[in-house]
Design a protein around this ligand. Structure first.
Ligand SMILES: *Cc1c(COP(=O)(O)O)cnc(C)c1O
Length: 376
């Protein structure tokens, strides 16, 4: 019996990509770093064969996509950290960010026949990586002088607070960005998912969406559904034990929970060993047989316990949704004191990951899943 499993709807991801395109009317870079936030980078990129471009954080991630025959532009969000990697980027036709002097120096002494697409990263207030806006003309001049750099040099920046609805830091960053891109020719991009969803003024022609692509809201107090998005990951497991439990008796490590009245407990085969957050102990809910029930006691490595209530009719073997369509991951993250990004990306290797999609136009029979399609 398969217990903990994450099922990814590639249809949902395709829908979300289209929905985000519709909402923002810009070029859209699909951010698939971190194995597509735990959703499987190759499967996601293959499903998005109409995507304008992809972005990842590490060159290894990009090369893996190229080896899987992903042909769209792939942007390295932090560029290359040494010149050897820059040679690899040129070899695999990857687009690079330049955020530091050493990266520009590596590029200036690079000896290649091909030419690279380059994005200059400007620090507009995040103060993590990027050059000072005042240095843009100087960097531009040095980049323009290089025969092996595409003439359209992009300008890119990143928001620090776009997920907070009324934080003025975002308007300040937008105006710093507008200032920095004056007199520049190439593409411009500052919006992440939150920018795209909540800050129309952040539209400069190219947006970069990660979390929203997976159907998840980056904005507190909202779920993906509020923006017409569909959660792509369904993280499920099963009940492996049902027990009657007496009032006043403790449950789990540390004996942190005792019911006031007799109840029925359900034990689920999922724990922090699968990537379910231990910090959700005594706080998050799970979805079982049509309703949400609370986690009681501490989440342990392999199991967690829920209070099914006195009149429970649930059975061992019943499926449980830990997050997905019926149990918004935004709520689980909130209960765990973290963000959904951290939850999807930290599923462990023992969780069975599978992908589902209905056939596309180029597949003429109806509604097979990918797995079945392979078996035929
Ligand atoms: C991860 C990342 C994104 C995507 O952010 P989301 O909030 O997931 O949309 C965009 N830009 C950069 C530079 C990133 O590192």
């Amino acid at each position: 019996m398969i217990t903990a499993q994450a099922t990814i709807s590639l249809d949902a991801i395709r829908h979300n990509y289209q929905q985000l395109k519709k909402l923002s009317d810009q070029q859209l870079i699909a951010v698939v770093k971190g194995n597509a936030y735990g959703h499987g980078a190759i499967a996601v990129a293959k499903a998005l064969h109409n995507a304008d471009a992809f972005a990842v954080a590490r060159i290894e991630e990009a090369i893996e996509l190229r080896k899987a025959k992903v042909e769209q532009p792939i942007l390295l969000l932090e560029g290359c950290f040494c010149q050897d990697d820059l040679y690899k980027a040129a070899e695999h036709n990857l687009d690079v960010v330049i955020h530091s002097e050493y990266q520009l120096a590596d590029l200036e002494t690079l000896k290649v026949d091909s030419s690279l697409a380059v994005w200059l990263k400007v620090d507009t207030g995040m103060h993590r990586i990027g050059i000072e806006p005042a240095l843009v003309p100087n960097y531009q001049k040095r980049l323009t002088a290089l025969a092996h750099v595409d003439s359209a040099i992009g300008i890119i920046s990143h928001f620090s607070c776009a997920d907070e609805r009324s934080n003025t830091a975002t308007t300040e960053q937008i105006s710093a960005f507008s200032q920095a891109i004056k007199d520049t020719q190439g593409p411009k991009s500052i919006a992440n998912s939150a920018g795209l969803l909540m800050w129309p003024d952040s539209s400069f022609g190219v947006a970069r969406a990660g979390i929203a692509l997976y159907g998840i809201s980056p904005i507190d107090g909202y779920t993906g559904h509020d923006f017409g998005l569909i959660p792509a990951m369904s993280f499920t497991s099963r009940l492996i034990s049902i027990r009657q439990h007496q009032a006043g008796q403790p449950v789990g490590y540390g004996q942190t929970w005792r019911p006031k009245q007799d109840t029925t407990l359900g034990v689920i085969a999922a724990g922090y060993g699968d990537g379910y957050p231990r910090s959700a102990s005594n706080s998050a809910m799970v979805f079982i047989n049509g309703r949400q029930v609370p986690i009681v006691g501490r989440v342990s490595m392999d199991m967690l316990v829920v209070d099914l209530g006195q009149d429970a009719r649930d059975c061992s073997g019943d499926q449980v949704e830990l997050w997905g369509e019926h149990m918004p991951i935004e709520q689980v993250a909130q209960a765990a004191g973290t963000i959904p990004y951290e939850l999807t990306i930290q599923l462990t290797s023992r969780v069975n990951l599978s992908w589902q999609q209905r056939c596309e136009q180029d597949c003429n029979s109806t509604h097979r899943t990918e797995k079945q399609a392979v078996a035929i």
